[in-house]
Ligand binder design. Structure first.
Ligand SMILES: O=C(O)/C=C(\CC(=O)C(=O)O)C(=O)O
Length: 313
């Protein structure tokens, strides 16, 4: 059940979709939803004063109910910017998941070694650097490099979120990162442009030239221009995004991840039925082998390396 938050949501805020459909596509056993968030609840885990948006609440219990409904086994919970560098909601969700959730945190350079170790013990395996200007204030690059050096020693990776037009400017900084780099949502390509055009070619070149760079092929609902929407039983939604995601999966099958992005912060037009997002997976990863890599092998190597024979190092 949704409950009203003690915070007032940003104007126009869309709440996550209630009652998602059961996907017809059967996920492989052990599948990981490798990009999702928890919001609050605000009464327990207040939103950060420096936030750029105020969401509806989206609790760990609601996230885990979605996991069961869709058929996933595990979650990777990515710290959302509305919680700033206060990781308590994400950490609480990881700790109460019975080992079925791992996390990606946001930290400042003032974080102590003890705090990093406590995050590690809770299940955090990465930090996120966000370069999307509507979501965060600017952090100097040398601060980020300092954080990167420290978390690399813990065996963590770095998740980067940016918009495609900013890749040229960020290229050298990303190239200097000393660990695995996971790009959120394929670097947000403009899917109204040619898939073989220079912008997406640059992203593919970036992945080709940097074997430590991985990509999430998630968020068609955020990237799509022409739809159709994942609503009303539409199992072929967001057709304009599919070729982009499929190109990345087929080019770099061992370096891709997928997640629902529940509860889909900041969507402006509609909220997708998460069950219908799962239906897109066989179009993005057309063979059983690619599906297994995308949904099981790759996220397990990155987030649960101790359970695999070849952790991502
Ligand atoms: O959930 C996402 O991946 C995308 C977001 C939100 C976000 O990144 C955050 O709040 O941290 C967005 O584009 O608004």
């Amino acid at each position: 059940m949704k409950q009203e938050s003690i915070f007032s949501k940003s104007p126009g805020w869309l709440d996550w979709y209630t009652g998602p459909s059961k996907p017809v596509f059967k996920l492989p056993p052990g599948a990981v939803d490798a990009h999702c968030h928890v919001f609050g609840p605000g009464a327990e885990f207040p939103y950060a004063p420096e936030r750029k948006y105020t969401p509806c609440d989206a609790s760990k219990a609601q996230l885990y109910a979605l996991r069961e409904q869709l058929g996933f086994s595990r979650n990777v919970i990515v710290q959302a910017t509305c919680h700033g560098a206060d990781n308590r909601a994400m950490v609480d969700a990881c700790l109460s998941s019975g080992g079925k959730a791992r996390g990606v945190a946001t930290v400042r350079r003032t974080v102590s070694d003890e705090e990093l170790q406590a995050l590690h013990d809770a299940g955090v395996r990465g930090v996120r650097f966000n370069f999307v200007k509507r979501l965060v204030d600017f952090t100097p690059r040398e601060e980020l490099l300092e954080i990167a050096g420290r978390v690399a020693k813990l065996g963590w990776h770095i998740v980067v979120y940016f918009e495609s037009q900013d890749l040229p400017e960020l290229w050298d900084f990303f190239s200097a990162l000393p660990t695995i780099v996971v790009v959120d949502h394929m670097g947000r390509p403009d899917v109204s442009k040619d898939i073989d055009g220079p912008e997406f070619a640059l992203f593919l070149k970036f992945m080709r030239e940097h074997p430590n760079v991985w990509s999430k092929v998630s968020c068609p609902e955020r990237l799509s221009v022409s739809g159709p929407k994942a609503l009303d039983g539409e199992r072929m939604a967001y057709r304009d995004v599919i070729p982009f995601a499929r190109r990345v999966v087929e080019s770099f099958p061992d370096r891709v991840l997928w997640g629902t992005d529940w509860p889909h912060p900041n969507l402006k037009d509609h909220m997708p039925d998460d069950g219908l997002l799962v239906e897109l997976l066989p179009q993005i990863a057309p063979t059983a082998e690619l599906q297994h890599k995308l949904l099981v092998d790759n996220p397990m190597r990155l987030y649960w390396p101790e359970e695999t024979s070849n952790g991502a190092r």
